[in-house]
Write a protein that binds this ligand. Structure first.
Ligand code: R5P
Length: 278
């Protein structure tokens, strides 16, 4: 058995390979002048663990090419499952992107591992998916510090509850309250943030818009310091600059998307699951 590193996850893939004691396969990636991608795998093994997040459309093409090039059994580890936010037909005629992605992966892979896929709905399109929860790791990271955790909306509340349990801190979510026909106020449901260090916790930070709005409100309510933590630091569209400009003091993320902010590794979590599954 060997481990195939995809261009989106070289560091995390290497960490997983080292923790499992599995060698890294020799793979060549190239891009032709017209933009076409090329993959060559030099492996004699008959069983492979492939590690690569879907951070871009190119990552999907590369994954498909790897599926073609690899011989034998594949365990597909997709730490960040991109395209999972388009998990239904919101407008008539739309592609359900994650359904198409799931079909492509499951046609070739024996088993599929991911970390905090965006929604339960997205999960429904897979039959072989193991969805791991990295929120306990986020919680443990903050355990020694005096913080409170806030979810930017009710949708992420359960995730933040888990992180807060492991951080051993108070938590809440931001609720929208209608004051009158023109005014909607956003505030923590119960928690008083005055003078506190608040960590806004979410599964994904993409454009940063959600966290920026939340941070603005938390400072208005008297928070002393606002940080943010997430599983998947997609950080599209100069999001990190937006976050820091809005007064966010620190960004903490896992390495499902490899960023300078990836202070927490999910390698151990993946290793445990792979050992159980194989
Ligand atoms: C929403 O359902 C997610 O949990 C995130 O809050 C959202 O994807 C963040 O997106 P953005 O950073 O673009 O506001």
């Amino acid at each position: 058995m060997d481990l195939v590193l995809c261009p989106s996850s070289p560091m995390l893939g290497k960490r997983v390979a080292e923790s499992l004691g599995v060698k890294i396969a020799e793979v060549q990636y190239r891009k032709f002048p017209d933009g076409e991608l090329y993959v060559r795998v030099l492996s004699e093994e008959n069983s492979h663990i492939l590690v690569g997040s879907l951070c871009s459309s190119e990552d999907i093409v590369l994954l498909n090419l790897l599926f073609d090039a690899l011989k034998g059994e594949i365990t597909a580890v997709i730490p960040y499952m991109g395209y999972a936010r388009q998990d239904r037909e919101f407008l008539k005629g739309e592609a359900v992107s994650i359904r198409a992605v799931a079909k492509m992966i499951e046609e070739r892979a024996e088993r599929v591992l991911t970390v905090n896929i965006h929604s339960n709905k997205a999960k429904e399109y897979f039959r072989k998916l193991m969805d791991l929860d990295a929120m306990p790791l986020i919680g443990e990271h903050f355990r020694e510090r005096e913080v409170v955790m806030v979810s930017p909306d009710k949708g992420s509340a359960e995730r933040v509850k888990t992180a807060a349990r492991f951080a051993n801190c108070e938590w809440d979510w931001l609720e929208k309250r209608r004051i009158d026909a023109q005014t909607v106020e956003i505030a923590p449901k119960k928690l008083d943030v005055l003078g506190k260090t608040v960590v806004i916790v979410d599964d994904i930070i993409s454009t940063g818009g959600t966290v920026v709005e939340a941070a603005k409100r938390l400072y208005e309510l008297g928070a002393k310091r606002v940080e943010t933590a997430c599983i998947h630091a997609v950080l599209a569209d100069f999001a990190a600059i937006k976050l820091f400009s809005s007064g966010i003091s620190e960004i903490t993320a896992t390495d499902t998307v490899e960023r300078i902010f990836s202070k927490i590794s999910v390698a151990g979590l993946l290793k445990e699951c792979i050992l159980k599954a194989l």
